[in-house]
Design a protein around this ligand. Structure first.
Ligand code: ADP
Ligand code: MG
Length: 238
């Protein structure tokens, strides 16, 4: 496969451990260009570990990671960032004691001019414009996620990876954020988003992968996965 047509991200039979405890037992995951892929599963399923392996922050003990068709096992996170991977960690990773503007300006280290980053951020997220001088730690959770996404987009990523986008957010704001995610994907940015429960992601995802106990138990278009989702979330109301 030529690099141009290769998926942005591909994990093949990825295994990973913490010390002697193996937590990933052969994960297969593909994120094609310009698509939204949802990685779902209950707490402890291994979702975050999968992201850490994909982004070079934790080693695979077996299996392969490919970014844009290139084999990247062992490649450092900053090199993967240059290849277009951008991660928004669980908890969003904004600088809480800095203002919205300062958080955006700090994202200019990859070369996009600070004024451009601020203009783009305010266009996409008008709420950030209204709060440009506010300290990030005093923003609502949804606004912090907007700020984190704006910072991520400032790196001009090919693949935006978001861990637990909806964590702690009200359903209305989650729906608003997923509309924005869908818009970002139509601009050609691939999205890999991890969620524990949120059904909202299924409305915008092209493809979903369900994990449990460190394995993939189902994968396919969201509409095909209703039964598996119910099984994976026995007792969950969402
Ligand atoms: N730093 C760590 N050290 C040891 N075990 C860990 C560590 N991080 C996660 N684990 C374990 O690995 C498993 C998968 O965790 P994780 O990838 O965080 O799952 P998820 O993101 O789906 O909740 C869990 O059993 C968790 O307890
Ligand atoms: Mg996690």
């Amino acid at each position: 496969m030529s690099e141009h047509h290769a998926p942005l991200l591909e994990l093949r039979n990825v295994h990973a451990s913490y010390g002697r405890i193996q937590v990933l037992h052969g994960i297969d995951l593909v994120v094609p260009r310009g698509q939204v892929v949802a990685l779902l599963g209950p707490n402890g399923a291994g979702k975050t570990t999968t992201l850490l392996v994909a982004t070079g922050q934790h080693p695979a003990s077996k299996g392969c990671v490919h970014v844009g068709g290139r084999h990247v096992n062992g490649v450092k996170p900053d090199e993967l960032a240059r290849l277009g991977l951008c991660t928004i960690p669980e908890g969003r990773g904004v600088f809480r004691s800095l203002t919205v503007r300062e958080n955006l300006v700090m994202a200019s280290y990859r070369g996009m001019p600070a004024e451009q980053i601020i203009t783009d951020a305010v266009d996409r997220f008008p709420r950030l414009g209204e709060r440009i001088g506010q300290v990030a730690g005093t923003l609502s959770g949804g606004e912090q996620q907007m700020l984190a996404m704006a910072r991520g987009l400032a790196t001009d990523p090919g693949l935006l990876i978001i861990d637990e986008l909806s964590m702690g957010l009200a359903p209305l704001i989650v729906a608003e954020l997923y509309e924005i995610v869908a818009g970002i994907a139509t601009e050609g940015v691939s999205i890999l988003v991890v969620e524990q429960f949120a059904r909202t992601v299924l409305g915008v995802a092209d493809h979903a992968v369900i994990m449990q106990h460190g394995t993939v138990i189902a994968a396919g278009p969201p509409s095909d996965l209703e039964a598996e989702l119910s099984a994976a979330y026995l007792g969950a109301s969402t």
